[in-house]
Design a binder for this molecule. Structure first.
Ligand code: ZN
Length: 167
């Protein structure tokens, strides 16, 4: 399946940060571009450019080779965007989110009707923790009310279904 620009953008934003977008945008369809060219074309200073490039490299979103500049005698890195890594990251994040939601769902289902919330909504505690605080809100001291969590369960199930059907 082809990766859309939107997916690339969203993934880079989530994994690396918004500041990496101009570099990714520039590198996307190119290969082996010198770090100096990248800085020049994105109008970033060398330090920021290198910082972002190494963050991209840490997640294997960009790879580089180093070559010695014959005239100047120092090494220059040449960068390539690793497009196929984006889909891997999307799959990985999806798995992680699903795991987390399933864990949450499990907890809710094991504690049906046994959650307690503060009337001012500052806290939501399970039965054991609520007992510990003698059914008073640890934040404001208001009495805690038993909460029907079937709605929460429905919401989590809905989110799992949506995530599972997303590609
Ligand atoms: Zn409270």
């Amino acid at each position: 399946m082809a990766i859309t620009n939107k997916k690339i953008e969203d993934t880079v934003k989530e994994v690396i940060g918004e500041d990496a977008l101009p570099i990714v945008e520039f590198l996307k369809e190119k290969k082996n571009i010198s770090e100096f060219i990248i800085a020049e074309k994105t109008k970033l200073d060398m330090q920021s450019t290198r910082n972002i490039l190494y963050r991209l490299h840490n997640h294997n979103i960009a790879t580089y080779i180093r070559k010695k500049d014959r005239k100047k005698g120092w090494y220059i890195s040449y960068w390539t965007f690793n497009k196929k890594r984006i889909q891997e990251l999307i799959n990985k994040m999806k798995r992680e989110k699903l795991d987390k939601l399933k864990e949450q769902l499990d907890k809710e289902q094991k504690n049906i009707g046994a959650f307690f919330i503060c009337s001012r909504a500052c806290a939501r505690l399970d039965f054991d923790t609520a007992t510990e605080f003698e059914f008073k809100c640890p934040e404001c001291g208001s009495l805690l009310n038993q909460q029907d969590n079937t709605k929460t369960i429905g919401n989590i199930k809905e989110r799992i279904k949506k995530l599972e059907s997303a590609s």
